[in-house]
Design a protein around this ligand. Structure first.
Ligand code: AMP
Ligand code: MG
Length: 280
């Protein structure tokens, strides 16, 4: 059975209740058994490898054709799997055509401009696929939850963002937005692992605990952001992300099916090429 990515899409103007979406779920995964047991995981990983190859081909085509710009926005709570998704889903794609832009707390120069200033310059060019690890959505997420600017200022941003993205779409960019949905308990386990495993210590940030205390506020902020900015042309997808193998499959399916919908083609050979021989 085909994986129907529409099942994960946030419909425009819908009410989103994240507490009703199981972060351990495996929707559209046809091999799923009740307990998501290890054979399921193995089958999932095998499927992940196939999808990875297909993505490699499509990215090559995107680059060769040089017509479309593709932007993938990834948002999640801390330890939600943003880095792992990028690492696994895009493994093996040609780095010449792929860029990752990670957005941290803005520098003083960035803060001295409007919040989209630092974002726009990283938007993809023709033939390029760009992944945003965090994005302009932080300006209605962390900024809202941690009260970093007044409410009457961040409240207007949903509309700015929808318009900004529509402008990019109208000018030839394809936008995919992914929310990696984990449970609070899964976050606890992953953060604890960062403390317990020496090779993961570098990822531990005690600041994450401050955000964790505001878990419910963040869930609300995500719900509002996704409801207000999931449009036909720049849709949000909610990916159940407690199971990493499922998360990777779901993200790969969304990216692959979106790229396939562009109906890209290799550019035609220049005239006379079949008659040509490379001289000795
Ligand atoms: P990490 O992704 O773990 O490297 O953490 C980056 C940090 O930067 C997170 O705590 C984000 O919430 C924070 N951050 C990203 N964008 C913004 C922003 N526009 N305003 C404030 N903090 C931000
Ligand atoms: Mg972090």
């Amino acid at each position: 059975m085909a994986f129907d990515i529409d099942e994960l899409r946030v419909k425009p103007n819908s009410n989103l209740d994240l507490s009703k979406i199981d972060p351990s779920g495996t929707p559209e995964w046809s091999n799923a058994d009740e307990d998501g047991g290890s054979s399921n995981k193995d089958a999932g990983k095998a499927r992940g490898l196939e999808l990875n190859q297909r993505l490699e081909e499509l990215q090559e085509l995107l680059y060769a054709e040089g017509k479309h710009r593709v932007l993938i926005v990834i948002q999640a709570m801390d330890a939600g799997g943003k880095d792992g998704t990028i690492k696994h889903v895009f493994e093996g794609v040609n780095p010449s055509g792929v860029k990752v832009a990670a957005f941290k707390a803005p520098s003083s120069l960035e803060r001295s401009h409007d919040y989209l200033w630092r974002i726009h310059q990283h938007a993809p060019a023709d033939g390029q696929l760009t992944i945003f690890n965090r994005s302009h959505y932080e300006d209605v997420l962390v900024v809202r939850v941690m009260d970093l600017v007044d409410k009457d200022r961040w409240q207007k941003r949903y509309e700015h963002i929808a318009n900004f993205e529509q402008m990019m779409v109208d000018e030839g960019t394809t936008i995919i937005k992914l929310f990696l949905h984990i449970s609070k308990q899964e976050q606890q386990e992953r953060l604890q692992e960062r403390l317990d495993r020496p090779e993961k210590n570098w990822k531990f940030d005690s600041g994450d605990l401050v955000h964790r205390e505001k878990w419910n506020d963040y869930q609300k902020a995500f719900e509002t952001a996704l409801e207000k900015t999931s449009t036909k042309d720049a849709p949000w997808y909610v990916i159940p992300a407690n199971r990493k193998w499922y998360r990777n499959i779901a993200v790969s399916e969304i990216v692959i099916q979106t790229l396939e919908s562009l109906q890209m083609e290799y550019p035609p050979a220049p005239a006379d090429i079949t008659e040509m021989h490379i001289p000795d």
